[in-house]
Design a protein around this ligand. Structure first.
Ligand code: GLP
Length: 243
């Protein structure tokens, strides 16, 4: 694993955006795996700036997002569909038809997951997968459990995740309890993986995930086995490691 330590969130965002910039430049019709959460917002801002300056063209890019809450409509401002439009897609020249997110409004979990798996299969291998890190080591919504889930599946969110995500909802009762997420195997098949993490509150999980044993109880730990994984983390997030 390649580790890049940055001073702060702004620098982490810039460096991550540089790697995505390079990917789009080298392969204009690449497939980007994208993430939500507060961590990638700065990275998306950098990409938007480069697009606005005329340095970056997304017209041939395809994207596949990691996850979506189950039972939440696309118009709901807490849906990941809404998030992606708000923070990236509506600001760049990507074709909406080339952007993909699991369908949170499909009540039949088997169908929702099957459909997303077929979609992922049809768009081909992800060239670069961007990931944030959950407080319990989850990636996408792959929560800690006793085995690594492979493909898209429906997850019951852990109390820790519901607690962490309640800040975005009017109350904890409004946080969806389930989500559809891309599986670990799909993430591991991406040609490149780029993990971004910031802040002291993630220092302990960064240490466990990237310097501890590989275990499904810390889902991100599997990334230690990925042949081309880069972790970009700020000083605070790396403060419990020797880096
Ligand atoms: C959510 C998302 C993850 C994300 C995580 C961390 O649970 N499903 O993909 O990495 O939150 O979020 P944040 O970046 O806000 O800490």
């Amino acid at each position: 694993m390649h580790i890049i330590k940055t001073k702060d969130y702004a620098q982490m965002s810039k460096k991550a955006a540089h790697l995505i910039f390079a990917q789009v430049l080298m392969k204009p019709n690449c497939v980007l795996g994208l993430a939500t959460g507060s961590t990638p917002i700065g990275t998306y801002k950098e990409l938007i700036q480069w697009y606005e300056q005329g340095d970056l063209d997304f017209s041939s890019v395809t994207t596949a997002n990691l996850d979506e809450y189950k039972g939440i409509s696309r118009e709901n401002d807490q849906s990941y569909f809404y998030f992606m439009n708000e923070h990236l897609f509506s600001h760049i020249n990507i074709h909406p038809a080339n952007t993909h997110i699991p369908n949170g409004m499909e009540p039949d979990s088997d169908k929702a997951c099957k459909d997303y798996n077929s979609l992922l299969h049809s768009i081909g291998t992800i060239d670069l997968q961007l990931l944030g890190l959950g407080h319990n080591g989850h990636i996408g919504f792959n929560e800690p459990k006793d085995s690594f889930s492979t493909r898209t599946h429906c997850v019951t969110l852990s109390n820790r995740t519901i607690e962490a995500n309640k800040r975005f909802f009017p109350s904890i009762d409004d946080v969806p309890k389930q989500a559809y997420t891309m599986g670990i195997q799909t993430i591991m098949e991406a040609k490149k993986v780029l993990v971004i993490v910031n802040g002291e509150e993630k220092a302990s999980i960064v240490n466990q995930a990237f310097f501890g044993p590989i275990t499904p109880l810390v889902p991100a730990s599997i990334l230690q086995l990925h042949p081309d994984c880069t972790l970009i983390a700020d000083e605070a997030a790396l403060s419990k490691t020797n880096i």
